[in-house]
Design a protein around this ligand. Structure first.
Ligand SMILES: C=C(OP(=O)(O)O)C(=O)O
Ligand SMILES: [Mg+2]
Length: 539
C-alpha cells in the first residue's frame, strides 16, 4: 500500500499503465562521416514529411481544409532551403544531426519570437513542433499521445499537465496516479470534473509500479494498493457499489433551491472548463456556472481560438443554461496552465509571473478578441464577465476601460450585446482581499479563488506535494481574509461567491454560510452533496 494525496475522489480497480518520462536529452557528439550524417538528416526530413502528409489528410477529413492549413505551414518549413542549409552547415562541422537540428530550431525560433507581427511570432511554435518531429525521426521514436489510450487502465505518470488531463478519455482511463502535484493542481481539478479518481504525490510511482500491475486506487483516502488479494478487491468492489447508490440517492436534491435556515438563498453552481461540461453541470442540478475556466479552450491546439470559435462556445453555454447565471472568466494563462503558442518566456516563479490579467494586458490582441466574443454572446443568456488575478484597483479600472473600448468597436460595427452584463473579479491575491473595500466599488461581484488565495497567503505552492500538509484552508489568516472580503463587498451592496476548491469542502460550509457567502461554485459532481449539506439544517 502506498499513501499519497487524495486528488480526486472515487475508487478505481484496474491494470496500471506506466508512462515513463520521454528521453528528452539531446546530446552533442562528434561525427566523423559527415556525408552519412547529412543523408541521415535528409531521410528524417522525408519521414517527417510523410507523417505530416498523412496527418493532414486525416485533418482535412475530420475538420475541413481550413484547419488543415497549419500542416501546410509545417510542410513549408520542412522544404525551406535556408533551414536545411543551416542544419547541413552544422553537420559539416562534425556535429551530430539531432544536435544540429536542435540548434537550428532554437535559432529560427528566436528570430520568429522577436518579430513584431503576431502571426509570425506564432510560427515559432510550428518550428518547435517540426524540430521535435525531425529529432524523433532521427532517433527512431514514435510520438504517443495520452489521448490515444484505447485500453481500460489506471495511468501512472510522474506528472500530468492540465492539458494532458483535459485529453483523458473517461471511457478508458479509470483513474490516475502521479508522483507530483497537490489537491488544487489544475490536473486534480480537471480530474474531479471528469469524475476520474486520482491520487497524487506518490513518490517513485513510475519506478515502483509496472505496466500490468493490478491496482486499487482509493481517491477518497489518497491510497493505492498494488496487486491486492481477492478479499481486498471484494471489499473495494462493495465500496464502489455503495458509492454508486449514494450518488443515486443524492439526485433528490437536483431541483431543490437551497435556502439556509435563515431563509437566505445560496446559489450552488458548477465550475466548467469546456462546453461539454455544461451537460454535466445540468445533470447534477447546478444553479448556474460560477466559473468557466476559458484558458482550457486555448489548450491542445496550435493557435488561439478565433473570435468566431469562442463566440460559438460562449453562446452554446449561455443558451444551454437557459437564463441561469453564467460567469465566464477571461483568460487565466500562466502558472501551471502553459500554452505553447502564448509565450511568456522563462520564469523563475510562474505563479508570480506574467499570468492571467497581467498577460492579457500584454497581449491585447488575445484579450480584445475574447471580450468581443463574450459581448456578442451576451444576448443569448445571463452572462457575467470575471477578471482573474486582480491585485490592485488600477487593474480592474484598466480591464473595464478595455471592455468599454471593445463595446464601442462593436457598436460602431452595428453588433449587438446585452447592457446588463455584471462585471466581477476573482479575489485570489492577498492584496485584493486586503483592499476589497476599494475594489468592491468598481465591480458588481467578487468570487473568492481560494486555490490561489491560500497558496499566496501561506506561501505554499499549490502544486507541491512536499508542502501539501501546510496548505491549510482553515488557517486563521485565510479565514480572516475571506470574512473581510465578504463584509467589504456587502457594505457596498455587492454579492460574493467562492469558486476555489474550498467551496465544496463540507467541513467549511457552515462557516462560509455564517460569514454570509452568497454563492458557491465547484466541480459539478460535488454540487449535490453541497446542496444536501446546506439543506441539512433546514430539512
Ligand atoms: C478558482 C481559482 O482559479 P484557478 O484554480 O483556475 O487558479 C482559484 O484560484 O481558486
Ligand atoms: Mg486562481
Amino acid at each position: 500500500m502506498l499513501k499519497g494525496i487524495a486528488a480526486s475522489s472515487g475508487i478505481a480497480i484496474g491494470k496500471a499503465y506506466v508512462i515513463r518520462e520521454e528521453e528528452n536529452a539531446i546530446n552533442r557528439y562528434e561525427v566523423k562521416d559527415t556525408e552519412k550524417e547529412i543523408k541521415r538528416f535528409l531521410e528524417a526530413i522525408l519521414k517527417a514529411k510523410e507523417e505530416i502528409e498523412s496527418i493532414k489528410e486525416t485533418a482535412v477529413k475530420n475538420f475541413g481544409e481550413e484547419k488543415a492549413l497549419i500542416f501546410e505551414a509545417h510542410l513549408m518549413i520542412l522544404e525551406d532551403e535556408e533551414f536545411k542549409a543551416s542544419v547541413i552547415e552544422k553537420i559539416k562541422q562534425n556535429i551530430n544531426a539531432e544536435y544540429a537540428v536542435k540548434e537550428t530550431v532554437e535559432m529560427f525560433e528566436g528570430i520568429f519570437l522577436s518579430m513584431e507581427d503576431e502571426y509570425m511570432r506564432e510560427r515559432a511554435a510550428d518550428i518547435r513542433d517540426i524540430g521535435g518531429r525531425i529529432i524523433r525521426a532521427l532517433k527512431g521514436e514514435e510520438k504517443s499521445s495520452i489521448g490515444d489510450i484505447k485500453d481500460k487502465c489506471i495511468i501512472v505518470a510522474k506528472d500530468l499537465t492540465p492539458s494532458d488531463t483535459a485529453q483523458l478519455n473517461r471511457e478508458y482511463v479509470l483513474g490516475f496516479i502521479t508522483e507530483l502535484g497537490g489537491k488544487t493542481s489544475h490536473s486534480a481539478i480537471i480530474a474531479r470534473a471528469l469524475e476520474i479518481p486520482a491520487v497524487s504525490g506518490i513518490k517513485g510511482a513510475t519506478e515502483i509500479l509496472k505496466t500490468g500491475d493490478l491496482i486499487i486506487l482509493d481517491g477518497v483516502k489518497g491510497i493505492i494498493y498494488i496487486n491486492p488479494d481477492e478479499s481486498l478487491i471484494d471489499e473495494y468492489q462493495n465500496k464502489i457499489q455503495r458509492e454508486m447508490e449514494e450518488k443515486r440517492e443524492l439526485l433528490i436534491y437536483k431541483d431543490r433551491k437551497v435556502l439556509t435556515k435563515d431563509g437566505k438563498r445560496i446559489e450552488v453552481a458548477a465550475n466548467i472548463s469546456s462546453k461539454e461540461e455544461v451537460d454535466v453541470a445540468l445533470k447534477y442540478g447546478a444553479d448556474g456556472i460560477g466559473l468557466f475556466r476559458t484558458e482550457f479552450l486555448f489548450m491542445n491546439r496550435e493557435t488561439a481560438p478565433t473570435e468566431e470559435e469562442q463566440f460559438e462556445v460562449y453562446k452554446y453555454v449561455l443558451e444551454k443554461m437557459e437564463g441561469r447565471p453564467v460567469i465566464i472568466r477571461t483568460l487565466d494563462v500562466g502558472g501551471d496552465k502553459k500554452i505553447p503558442y502564448i509565450d511568456v518566456g522563462t520564469e523563475m516563479n510562474p505563479f508570480l509571473g506574467l499570468r492571467a490579467i497581467r498577460l492579457c494586458f500584454e497581449r491585447l490582441d488575445l484579450f480584445k478578441t475574447q471580450l468581443k466574443a463574450l459581448l456578442r454572446a451576451s444576448i443569448y443568456g445571463n452572462l457575467k464577465i470575471m477578471f482573474p488575478m486582480i491585485s490592485k484597483v488600477d487593474e480592474i479600472k484598466r480591464a473595464k476601460e478595455i471592455l468599454e473600448d471593445v463595446k464601442a468597436e462593436l457598436k460602431k460595427a452595428g453588433q449587438k450585446f446585452s447592457d446588463k452584463i455584471e462585471i466581477g473579479i476573482m479575489i485570489e491575491v492577498p492584496s485584493a482581499a486586503i483592499i476589497s473595500d476599494l475594489l468592491a466599488k468598481e465591480v458588481d461581484f467578487f468570487s473568492i479563488g481560494t486555490n490561489d488565495l491560500i497558496q499566496y497567503t501561506l506561501a505554499v505552492d499549490r502544486m507541491n506535494e512536499k508542502v501539501s500538509n501546510i496548505y491549510e484552508p482553515s488557517h486563521p489568516a485565510v479565514l480572516r481574509l475571506i470574512k473581510m472580503v465578504i463584509d467589504n463587498a456587502h457594505k457596498e451592496g455587492k454579492w460574493v461567491g467562492m469558486c476555489g476548491e474550498m467551496a465544496s469542502d463540507i467541513s467549511m460550509i457552515p462557516l462560509l454560510i455564517d460569514y454570509g457567502i452568497d454563492e458557491l461554485s465547484m466541480s459539478a459532481p460535488s454540487v449535490l452533496k453541497v446542496k444536501k449539506e446546506i439543506l441539512k439544517s433546514v430539512d
